[in-house]
Design a protein around this ligand. Structure first.
Ligand SMILES: [Zn+2]
Length: 186
């Protein structure tokens, strides 16, 4: 019984880590700044006394140059949490808050009428899903999830380093494969 409880707790931590890291890697992908990622029982002033299972810390924005473009990237980033958990865990935990946030961006910042929100979001959901399924995003996740579960916190620098390493490795492999095939063809 104790083992079952421990296993469930471990799985929860892993899927929370996956969810938050997907947001963080989407930040890198979309050139949106972030500071660090934490999981566990977290208190934050924005949560008004409530506790969150995980959190991506973002800086405050002084101003945004291209507002529409900025909010579009924010939508994909917000949807990436659920897309990432779906891609690796086939679970959809912890998306309610993201969905609320996304709908708020669409109606409030992009001024889309409420009855058009769902069709407006379709291509964004597609983009988030595609992102989460990129092979180097998945291999970066496989490295970072256990690290985040163990430490409870990873800095943007640590996450960027892993992302860079896996992306470079995939690009090199693709290049190698391409040149190997060219040699065979000649
Ligand atoms: Zn989220």
């Amino acid at each position: 019984m104790a083992n079952k409880v421990a296993l469930r707790k471990e799985l929860n931590l892993q899927s929370t880590a996956c969810h938050e890291l997907s947001h963080a890697l989407a930040c890198i992908h979309l050139r949106l700044p972030f500071i660090d990622v934490r999981i566990g029982r977290i208190r934050h002033r924005k949560l008004k006394g409530k506790e969150a299972a995980g959190y991506v810390q973002r800086p405050r924005y002084a101003h945004v140059k291209d507002e529409a473009n900025f909010w579009r990237r924010e939508i994909v980033m917000a949807l990436a949490g659920g897309a990432g958990t779906w891609a690796l865990f086939f679970g959809r935990d912890g998306v309610e808050q993201d969905e609320k946030q996304v709908r708020n961006i669409v109606t409030h910042h992009l001024r889309v009428p409420k009855d058009r929100v769902d069709s407006f979001l379709k291509p964004f959901r597609k983009r988030a899903t595609k992102f989460a399924q990129l092979p180097y995003i998945q291999s970066t996740m496989e490295e970072l999830i256990p690290a985040l579960v163990e430490k409870g916190k990873l800095t943007a620098r640590e996450i960027r380093a892993s992302h860079q390493k896996h992306k470079a490795f995939e690009m090199r492999s693709r290049h190698f494969l391409k040149s190997a095939m060219t040699k065979v063809a000649v």
